[in-house]
Design a protein around this ligand. Structure first.
Ligand code: ADP
Ligand code: MG
Length: 227
């Protein structure tokens, strides 16, 4: 299957003059629909920078980023905003939920920012992530794992092509971490979403289709036990 996301020789340098940091150093990566790709690596190695570039939040210093039919380097700020809204779902460490909203309204929120052509039904999606029984709860009434489930449902409601996930299990215990990454893999596989997950947690890598390691801004494929 042709990739949804293609990064080719992407370099990202932060700062200028003498104080520069090369966050990404000639990174190339392709991710196809229906696969969950993991990126591991030490703190400061460039993992979040990679997600920011893939998510059209940061423009690289050089190299090309393609998402579906779009070359992000030649897209206007307005087009980039639309691509982010329509084609990309983001999941963060602690769910990043809005304190005042119920689970149902969190999931519905992305549909209130403009016309979405083929949204998923928020209630069905809540059921799919196992949170339909807590649709009326607010974040302070949910556990960390439950918040993360709601955050995943919210990221999927627009039927994004690409799901970008930064340290989803950092605040979770072992069993909940397995559940959450298992859920991400299932969503990617069943709904043909291309998913990229950054993690420190080596125990969840068996859920992932491919694993890469980031070291000093360079991305290397890691052989997995199922290869
Ligand atoms: P990771 O997510 O692997 O911890 P990051 O992508 O956050 O790594 O950071 C990679 C490197 O780039 C680090 O040295 C970090 O300090 C630097 N960096 C990240 N964002 C910025 C920024 N906006 N300005 C300057 N330096 C940055
Ligand atoms: Mg990071």
């Amino acid at each position: 299957m042709s990739p949804i996301l293609s990064l080719t020789d992407v370099t990202l340098v932060h700062g200028d003059g003498e104080e520069t940091v090369t966050a990404l150093d000639k990174v190339s990566l392709e991710v196809s629909p229906g696969e969950l790709v993991a990126i591991v690596g030490p703190s400061g190695s460039g993992k979040s920078s990679l997600l920011a570039v893939a998510g059209a939040l940061t423009t690289p210093t050089s190299g090309t980023v393609r998402l579906a039919d779009h070359d992000l380097g030649t897209s206007s700020p307005r087009e980039l905003a639309r691509i982010r809204r329509d084609q990309i779902g983001f999941v963060f460490q602690s769910g990043n939920l809005v304190p005042a909203l119920t689970s149902y309204d969190q999931v519905r929120l992305p549909l209130t920012f403009g016309k979405v052509s083929d949204p998923r039904d928020p209630a069905e999606l809540l059921a799919e992530v196992g949170m339909d029984h807590k649709a009326k709860r607010r974040p302070h009434e949910l556990s960390g794992g439950e918040r993360q489930r709601v955050g995943i449902a919210r990221a999927l409601v627009t039927r994004p092509h690409l799901l970008l996930v930064d340290e989803p299990t950092a605040a979770l215990d072992r069993q909940r971490s397995q559940d959450i990454v298992g859920l991400l893999a299932r969503e990617a596989h069943e709904h043909d979403v291309a998913a990229v997950m950054v993690t420190h947690d080596h125990d969840v890598l068996h859920h992932c289709d491919r694993v890469y390691e980031m070291i000093d801004g360079r991305l290397n494929a890691v052989a997995t036990s199922t290869d």
